[in-house]
Design a protein around this ligand. Structure first.
Ligand code: ATP
Length: 233
């Protein structure tokens, strides 16, 4: 579904991504882990067209989208839940979900909002509450629900566990698994490597802009180097 080939990204003099190669097959959860500043968010931002790569290819269903604008990439079926959630704080939960569907022209939007609310019952209880007054976990659910309104083939999640209590993290990760089981492919960026490796099929480890390990998630969980460097064990 997605193939990143020799991707490089610069911010002025900073070489943030160095020849990144990543492959995501249809139906998988793939995770990208690594320390602060490793380039995880930059990778997702390059994929969704929010940053322009300096070189390399991003093949999404076989088409190179590296130079496409963000709105076209969303319309092709890739949707991005950014770091920090970025919900529209002054709009209600319902309005945020409606805005998630802004590119759609069909008549099923109201029905799909109900389907999202079935997945996130907490949001149904807070439907007319302003998004800025939701808890961190609820905002994460809303950001994910909003991204799902486009019915993406590939969902990009940037640190969904950030700042959340362990029980809420478990809840969010269970929902990610369920979204994946229902047919959405997931690329998950996480600093919580343990939680991410537990639900992912495949993993890549980024260090200062380069991929230093890759493999199936279970074997990375059992690898001594990974355990001491990234899992704090
Ligand atoms: P974190 O978990 O802290 O968000 P990350 O792995 O997602 O880290 P990035 O945010 O992708 O890392 O940052 C990679 C590198 O690029 C860092 O050195 C960062 O300082 C730099 N960087 C990111 N965004 C910009 C920007 N807009 N301008 C300049 N440098 C940037």
């Amino acid at each position: 579904m997605l193939e990143i080939k020799n991707l490089n990204l610069h911010y002025g003099m900073i070489h943030a991504l160095r020849d990144i190669n990543v492959k995501v097959n249809k139906g998988e959860i793939v995770t990208l882990i690594g320390a602060n500043g490793a380039g995880k968010s930059s990778t997702l931002r390059a994929l969704s067209g929010l940053e322009k790569a300096s070189s390399g290819e991003i093949l999404f269903e076989g088409k190179d989208i590296a130079k496409n604008p963000a709105n076209e990439i969303v319309a092709m079926g890739m949707s991005h839940v950014p770091e920090g959630r970025r919900v529209f704080a002054n709009l209600t939960v319902y309005e945020n979900l409606e805005l998630g569907a802004y590119l759609r022209k069909d008549k099923d939007i109201k029905k799909d909002i109900q389907l999202i609310l079935d997945k996130f019952p907490r949001l149904r209880e807070r439907l007319y509450q302003r998004a800025g007054t939701l808890s961190g976990g609820e905002q994460q659910m809303l950001a994910m629900g909003r991204a799902l309104m486009i019915k993406p083939k590939l969902l990009l999640l940037d640190e969904p566990s950030m700042g959340l209590a362990p029980i809420i993290v478990k809840n969010i990760f269970d929902i990610i698994l369920e979204i994946n089981k229902n047919g959405t492919t997931v690329l998950l960026v996480e600093q919580n490597a343990h939680a991410a490796l537990k639900i992912a099929h495949k993993a890549y480890v980024l260090e200062t802009g380069s991929i230093v390990y890759e493999g199936d998630a279970k074997s990375l969980l059992e690898d001594d180097t990974i355990r001491s460097a990234y899992l704090g064990e």
